[in-house]
Ligand binder design. Structure first.
Ligand SMILES: Cc1cc2nc3c(=O)[nH]c(=O)nc-3n(C[C@H](O)[C@H](O)[C@H](O)COP(=O)(O)OP(=O)(O)OC[C@H]3O[C@@H](n4cnc5c(N)ncnc54)[C@H](O)[C@@H]3O)c2cc1C
Length: 363
């Protein structure tokens, strides 16, 4: 079993993929039961197009345009072909592709048979050992969220582990427990949606397929803005426990990460923030003296050329503030919103956060 040492080796994030062994019987998989077989075929060429799902009931195919001149085709292995070997499948799907593209122009980098699992561990933490990535959850790739979810696990866990290694008490222990609560709730929704989408794409009943096509066409004419909002709220937000001050509906949502202008020029906002708690205000606001805390960055929007490191110009963020009707937002090191509100609530919210941080940094 891999042991990644982390900050002196006090904690072990297990990121050993789907074959991670059960640790002392603690990580019982919670199965959502969905299996499918896909033959995966990687090629390299100048060929370039958008990602496509070919929902043909006689042969569902996924086409993914990868980085630069890499791209990928995935074929659902039909029931009659389950017993074929990898080389027989390669011959079959090469013929299929030859009818569409000149295969001589391609270098085939990899072809592989996969069985997708939809499964989640019921416990992601055993004392100082944590599961992350495919070791904690497996999903079919129809939403392209497997690796993304692993990266989100790491971002969620990293700042909590940092606090816990610097100071251990019941509050940092509780914070570590929040890792699974926050991540598994979100991953469960993503897994379910990926399985539903996979079911749509892989639908192979030729009589009922036109019905499926009708539903997809109908979804296509629905206004995309409201669908985007639904996805943002239900798929990409996390449920951060709400306290007395952080009750705003933006708590748990993601903050936009555009390129902004600071005194050095253009920079990605998340690069500027680093891995810290950050208070962002719509304009310059002087906080009460006792609320200046070295653990919290304070950045404000400006309309002039920024001459200080704590002010930025960003039309995207300015529009976002106006649209959300808030004056300030506090974001966690993993870039999720922990507090938001109007100017009158600012001091109380910052005070609340400082108390929370203090409870975790002092014994
Ligand atoms: C066909 C397909 C398409 C996909 N498409 C997408 C996509 O578009 N977008 C997306 O986000 N995700 C996608 N995914 C999912 C993504 O590939 C996985 O979620 C991701 O690779 C998981 O990363 P991981 O680091 O958790 O595990 P892994 O990538 O499995 O890495 C685990 C590592 O640990 C090593 N290891 C295991 N046991 C030990 C041990 N005992 N000691 C030392 N080392 C060990 C393994 O060798 C491996 O290198 C796709 C998956 C498939 C199969």
């Amino acid at each position: 079993m891999i042991k990644h040492s982390f900050l002196g080796g006090q904690y072990t994030p297990e990121c050993t993929g789907q074959h991670t062994p059960d640790l002392h019987g603690h990580f019982k998989p919670e199965s959502h039961g969905h299996y499918d077989r896909i033959f995966h075929y990687n090629g390299e060429n100048d060929f370039s197009e958008l990602h496509k799902q070919f929902c043909d009931p006689s042969q569902p195919v996924t086409y993914v345009n990868g980085v630069r001149n890499h791209f990928r085709w995935e074929f659902m292995i039909m029931k009659n072909d389950f017993e074929l070997t990898e080389s027989e499948l390669k011959t079959k799907y090469s013929k299929f592709l030859e009818a569409k593209v000149n295969l001589k122009d391609f270098e085939i980098i990899r072809s592989k048979r996969y069985t997708f699992h939809t499964i989640m561990a019921d416990k992601w933490r055993s004392k100082r050992v944590f599961l992350a990535g495919d070791a904690a959850h497996l999903m079919p790739p129809f939403l392209g969220q497997g690796m993304c979810s692993g990266i989100k696990d790491a971002k969620n866990l990293a700042w909590k582990l940092k606090l816990a290694t610097e100071n251990w008490n019941s509050n940092t222990n509780k914070l570590l427990d929040s890792y699974q609560i926050e991540r598994s709730t979100q991953v469960r929704k993503i897994i379910k949606l990926a399985a539903i989408l996979g079911g749509f794409i892989q639908y192979s009943n030729p009589i009922l397929a036109p019905f499926r096509n009708g539903i997809l066409k109908f979804m296509n004419i629905l206004p995309s803005k409201s669908i985007d909002r639904l996805i943002e709220n239900h798929l990409y937000s996390i449920s951060i426990p709400k306290g007395k001050t952080n009750k705003h509906h933006l708590v748990g949502k993601r903050f936009p990460q555009p390129k902004v202008i600071n005194k050095f020029g253009f920079i990605y906002f998340d690069e500027l923030l680093g891995f810290h708690w950050t208070l962002i205000t719509k304009c310059k606001i002087i906080l009460d003296k006792d609320l200046n805390n070295i653990m919290i960055n304070h950045i404000h929007l400006t309309n002039n050329i920024p001459n200080k490191s704590n002010c930025i110009i960003s039309d995207t963020i300015k529009t976002w503030f106006n649209h959300q009707k808030v004056d300030f937002v506090i974001i966690r090191p993993d870039k999720f919103i922990s507090h938001a509100g109007l100017i009158n609530d600012l001091n109380e919210n910052v005070k609340h956060l400082i108390n929370e941080i203090n409870s975790m940094t002092s014994n």
